[in-house]
Ligand binder design. Structure first.
Ligand code: AMP
Length: 249
């Protein structure tokens, strides 16, 4: 889906949504001039501190929809984080998504002077321990490595004021829901919580009910699905003929 396609852009701008000047400047540098529908709906709500249940796929602009207000609120309340601690936590199912969110946080937060870190499994833990030692404002993490760091005494979650679960349905598919519940239980009850999911299986509905307080529900669907734009055909071809068939095609 093309996010710049005019048909899915709204006519408000980021200033109208209450986005701070320092963030607007970073957005201009990224060439984001017009908020997407989920940004238009979510940003003002999140800036007031409310919880959100977002039903949205990747490609809708959901990352900026949650990062911009959280970064803004973190920048407004300049509380010292303390060592081995974080004020905002974003949970993502995969390393790729975590890295991507980290890159977005770096771009949007360019003028804010906040500290962020990204932690995930499958790589050495020592650099991550070092990154957390002085504390961060925003931590983006996959659940397994996050629990490892907590169990090793390298991170505590009792200062978390903002919690985001991104792609919750994929977390469920990947078997992370128990870990997620353990992590949520370590955060203070008094916090702003956001849950994003492309689909809403029952288990995610239950998790949302446990996690969110009087959430505003925001649902966006991509403007055009692949099926409408791309002609698709299937050919059943026996294994030995596949190469010749493809060449002809
Ligand atoms: P996401 O759904 O968060 O993965 O975002 C999809 C893509 O759209 C990413 O490449 C973003 O950098 C880009 N994007 C998000 N918001 C905007 C915007 N308001 N204007 C232009 N591009 C955007």
């Amino acid at each position: 889906m093309c996010i710049r396609n005019n048909s899915i852009l709204t006519d408000s701008n980021f200033r109208d949504l209450g986005v701070a000047e320092a963030l607007q400047r970073a957005l201009r540098a990224e060439d984001y001039l017009t908020p997407t529908p989920i940004q238009t709906q979510a940003i003002p709500v999140l800036l007031t501190g409310k919880d959100i249940l977002g039903i949205a796929q990747t490609g809708t602009g959901k990352t900026a929809a949650f990062l911009l207000p959280i970064l803004q609120r973190l920048a407004e309340s300049r509380v010292a984080t303390g060592p081995r601690s974080t004020r905002a936590l974003v949970l993502a199912p995969t390393r790729e998504l975590a890295v991507q969110i980290g890159e977005r946080a770096r771009a949007y937060g360019h003028h804010l002077g906040l500290r962020h870190a990204v932690v995930y499994g499958g790589v050495g833990i020592r650099p991550q321990i070092a990154a957390l030692s002085r504390g961060v404002d925003l931590l983006i993490a996959t659940p397994g490595r996050l629990l490892d760091l907590i169990q090793q005494g390298q991170l505590r979650l009792d200062r978390v004021t903002h919690l985001v679960l991104d792609e919750a349905d994929r977390m469920l598919d990947m078997g992370f829901i128990r870990d997620v519940r353990k992590i949520v239980a370590l955060t203070p009850k008094e916090r702003q919580s956001l849950l994003f999911s492309a689909t809403m299986p029952q288990e995610i509905g239950r998790l949302a009910a446990e996690l969110l307080r009087a959430p505003v529900r925001i649902e966006v669907t991509p403007a055009a699905s692949t099926v409408e734009r791309v002609e698709q055909r299937a050919y059943m071809v026996p294994m030995p003929s596949k190469r010749a068939f493809l060449t002809r095609l």
